[in-house]
Design a protein around this ligand. Structure first.
Ligand SMILES: Nc1nc2c(ncn2[C@@H]2O[C@H](COP(=O)(O)OP(=O)(O)OP(=O)(O)O)[C@@H](O)[C@H]2O)c(=O)[nH]1
Ligand SMILES: [Mg+2]
Length: 311
């Protein structure tokens, strides 16, 4: 495949094209992944998540320089499902990530995951594969948005960094968003601002004695404090001898496989359900007139669908 060659040569135009194919869930995505799949598995991935305005983009912008100095060929992906059409968020981020040079070792891209069934995680996994095959050893993922997205991203990356700030990401908010469950590393950013020590202590309270022993760090993008140390901490965590990446990859591949099978079946059954027009309409009518209960109606339809698929 011609495009695969371009990817392996890390040609920026090929990369951009391949990522669009995946992000838009175009039919060529399958062939593309097939062509590069056996060249993947080497990249290490770090997800940055946390409330809007906590400083994720600013932090990534600063970290990149250090990662480059440490010899990592680095790519940045920003996931923004909330504005799939305008792409406005990333333009803002380009400005904020101004520390990033045009250096060919840095690749930056936003993903909207337009129309991808299976959503963000499916698109993200495959975009990471493209970058991996292109030789990016380190892929940083910023998740813009709230709620489920953070958790999805934590399932797709090797290391999850939760970014908090005394202004936005207070303790209560972190718990509400389930962030106390997903972080490998908690960063209290904006340590130049009042309230950061209190926040540090409450996060220590919150996650300090859970089993996986997440690391807690303090940074300030404004003063530069703690940034270099954070880059080193991330590098050390990623290269820790305790991490068995092969085993991790297996777990990730399994959950991907399950998601994809379920997704395929959902689509298939949905089409079949809509094809069962008469039976479907009849049962809806019975429901409306309270002559059947929802449990029974669903049972009848589901049984008839699985019978068809077995024959
Ligand atoms: N005082 C102070 N301000 C900071 C620091 N880091 C970032 N900021 C500011 O906080 C604002 C938000 O920073 P971003 O990096 O855009 O935050 P973000 O988490 O990427 O935000 P979203 O992408 O919208 O979720 C910007 O105005 C930054 O200049 C810091 O360490 N100290
Ligand atoms: Mg941002």
């Amino acid at each position: 495949m011609h495009l695969a060659k371009g990817i392996i040569n890390s040609d920026p135009r090929s990369l951009a094209k391949a990522i669009s194919i995946i992000d838009n869930n175009e039919p060529e995505a399958h062939d593309l992944i097939k062509a590069i799949f056996n060249m993947t598995g080497g990249a290490r991935t770090v997800g940055f998540t946390g409330a809007a305005g906590a400083g994720k983009s600013s932090l990534i912008g600063k970290l990149i320089t250090h990662f480059q100095q440490l010899g990592h060929k680095t790519a940045v992906l920003a996931v923004d499902p909330s504005s799939p059409l305008t792409g406005g968020a990333i333009l803002g981020d380009r400005v904020r990530m101004e520390g990033i040079s045009d250096d060919e070792n840095v690749f930056m891209r936003s993903l909207a995951s337009r129309g991808a069934s299976g959503g963000i995680s499916k698109s993200l996994r495959n975009v990471i594969r493209v970058l991996d095959a292109a030789g990016f050893g380190l892929v940083l993922v910023e998740s813009v948005g709230a709620g489920q997205v953070e958790v999805d991203i934590a399932n797709v990356v090797n290391l999850t960094v939760v970014v908090l700030s005394p202004q936005t990401g207070d303790k209560i908010q972190a718990i509400k968003a389930g962030l106390n469950e997903i972080g490998d590393l908690y960063v209290i950013n904006k340590s130049d601002l009042e309230g950061s020590t209190t926040l540090f202590n409450s996060i220590l309270d919150l996650v300090g004695d859970i089993d996986r022993k997440p690391t807690i760090a303090k940074t300030s993008v404004r003063s530069g404090n703690g940034i270099k140390e954070l880059a080193l901490t991330i590098t050390n965590l990623l290269s820790s001898k305790n991490i068995n990446y092969k085993a991790k990859e297996k777990v990730m591949l399994e959950s991907e496989l399950k998601e994809m099978v379920i997704d395929k079946l959902t689509q298939k059954f949905y089409t079949m359900l809509m094809d069962k027009n008469d039976m479907y309409n009849h049962l809806v009518d019975e429901l409306v007139h309270k002559r059947i209960d929802p449990y029974r109606a669903a049972e009848i339809l589901a049984d008839s669908l699985t019978e068809v698929s077995r024959s």
